[in-house]
Design a protein around this ligand. Structure first.
Ligand SMILES: [Zn+2]
Length: 67
């Protein structure tokens, strides 16, 4: 088991590792799709950043100036 001290972890489940998504091409070769799958929750993310970056809440409402 690897003991890398990555600071990144899944925003969904907290897992600290991910895998590249590999799919079989028509030729039979296994090719990475460029996406990433969390080893914990198995969600697929388009980028590593999307995997670890917390979702932004848009509930913060800055004071809106009327008029
Ligand atoms: Zn996860």
């Amino acid at each position: 088991m690897a003991t890398n001290n990555t600071v990144y972890k899944c925003r969904e489940c907290g897992a600290t590792s991910y895998q590249r998504v590999i799919e079989r091409a028509l030729s039979g070769a296994l090719l990475p799709t460029g996406q990433y799958r969390c080893t914990g929750c198995r969600n697929v993310f388009a980028t590593v950043r999307a995997w670890w970056e917390p979702r932004r809440k848009t509930e913060w409402q800055s004071s809106v100036m009327p008029g």
